[in-house]
Design a protein around this ligand. Structure first.
Ligand SMILES: NC(=O)c1ccc[n+]([C@@H]2O[C@H](COP(=O)([O-])OP(=O)(O)OC[C@H]3O[C@@H](n4cnc5c(N)ncnc54)[C@H](O)[C@@H]3O)[C@@H](O)[C@H]2O)c1
Length: 406
């Protein structure tokens, strides 16, 4: 199947190329006149890199390589500082290009380093997880984690190009594919009913890395994100709809201390948001049923019972979609009809929590997200664990205490 190209129409429009075996097109995705590159990569996906580097060097490019820690450990100021040091040693200029090869953690780091070096150099993203292909690598949100919380330090910096090579998914654990599917289903729910039809046509088949259904889903989810980002690059308006399911999802991530995969938390978060939407009189209950069936069909969790509303609620009150003391949450009226609702009463949210936790088997979802691959971390940075604030129900405007920004 020939690759698809989706344009993100920002100030400087860029292409997202989706297909299999795309590394042959790598040079074509570089900004014109590129001569020097620094590739920041997750060692887990290093396989194709030597051949790519050989080819680039044969063709006259100066290529620098920097392996960064796998997964979330990459999003650390010590890793960013190591990258800045290497860029300084290589006398990197604004005519040179940073490339991020890895999952959303790597592309967030590479984007952040590119945004901050010389106040902005081009970055080309090569996402290698499903989540990064349909979400993290597109749209220009970059960042790292600090003691103040996840993604609390970052910048908007659109990539120069995104190359989504489905071949990378061949080595991705199924649980990571399932997690990425949550963001695809979210894109369907908020903007493209066709996505939901494709998932329904073969929920298990969509999880197969080589499946044409998966190609179609990636293409459609990228198109949704591209369209929304083009309209609202700096997330000051419509882009908020992409946070459907994230208010409760982020609360789960915090309460479970980031031991859940992002997509898993967002899946339960969408069921929660649908429960709220029904209770607020916005959504027909049949659509709530569709949420449960579709998410469960691809193996995503649809229920969660921490027994800790008193911790979830303050985490939701600190959500970054809130403005000042006004809480904001994305709800759904119908497929493709999201709405942002303000200050939903706690009693209604607590009822929705009762509903998502009342489902049989809704004990804390038995997931473990520690990478299946243990790689030495040359930076000695710990896996990101936010400081657990025992007093999570502090003031709304208080210390973020290990919060999460989207
Ligand atoms: N910038 C944005 O708009 C945005 C949006 C969503 C999420 N994010 C960020 O993305 C990050 C999560 O991204 P992710 O889920 O891609 O996680 P990740 O980058 O942490 O990767 C997950 C795991 O998969 C491994 N991996 C990556 N590619 C692989 C492959 N092809 N084969 C085998 N293993 C592979 C990684 O080493 C890691 O252990 C979070 O930090 C989140 O904050 C950013």
């Amino acid at each position: 199947m020939s690759p698809s190209q989706i344009t993100v129409e920002t100030d400087r429009p860029y292409q997202v190329v989706v297909g299999r075996g795309l590394l042959g097109e790598f040079q074509a995705s570089m900004p014109p006149d590129t001569k020097r590159l620094m590739i920041l990569f997750d060692p887990v996906v290093a396989g194709p890199i030597p051949a790519l580097v050989d080819e680039l060097r044969r063709d006259g490019f100066e290529v620098h390589l920097l392996a960064v820690p796998s997964g979330e450990d990459a999003k650390n100021v010590a890793v960013a500082a190591a990258a800045w040091q290497r860029l300084g040693e290589a006398s990197f200029t604004r005519a040179d290009v940073i490339v991020g090869v890895g999952g959303g953690s790597t592309t967030d780091l590479a984007g952040f380093v590119a945004a901050t070096w010389l106040r902005g150099v081009p970055v080309v993203q090569v996402p290698t997880t499903l989540l990064a292909m349909v979400d993290a690598a597109i749209g220009g949100k970059t960042g790292i984690n600090t003691d103040e919380g996840k993604n609390m330090v970052g910048a908007f910096h659109q990539p120069a190009a995104v190359l989504s090579d489905q071949q990378f998914l061949d080595t991705l654990p199924t649980a990571e594919i399932v997690s990425g599917m949550a963001e695809i289903i979210k894109a369907g729910l908020v903007a493209d009913p066709g996505i939901l039809d494709v998932v329904w046509s073969g929920p298990q088949e969509t999880l197969s890395p080589a499946s044409p259904l998966l190609t179609e889903l990636i293409r459609r989810a990228v198109a949704v994100k591209a369209e929304v980002v083009a309209e609202d690059p700096a997330e000051s308006g419509r882009r908020t709809i992409l946070n459907y399911g994230h208010t409760f999802g982020h609360a789960i991530e915090q309460v479970e201390r980031f031991s859940w995969r992002h997509g898993e938390a967002v899946a339960v978060g969408m069921v929660f948001a649908a429960e709220v939407s029904v209770r607020a009189g916005l959504m027909d209950p049949s659509l709530l049923g569709l949420h449960r069936e579709l998410l469960a069909a691809v193996g995503l969790p649809i229920a969660y019972n921490s027994g800790r509303w008193e911790r979830l609620w303050p985490a939701m009150r600190r959500d970054k979609k809130n403005q000042g003391k006004t809480r904001r949450m994305v709800l759904l009226q119908d497929v493709g009809k999201p709405v942002v609702v303000r200050d939903i009463p706690e009693s209604l949210l607590a009822e929705a929590y009762q509903a998502v936790s009342a489902v049989p088997g809704a004990a804390p979802y038995p997931v473990k997200t520690a990478p299946d691959y243990s790689l030495e971390n040359p930076y000695g940075t710990p896996t990101y664990v936010p400081p657990l604030d025992d007093d999570l129900d502090g003031d709304i405007g208080g210390d973020p205490g290990g919060g999460v920004a989207t």
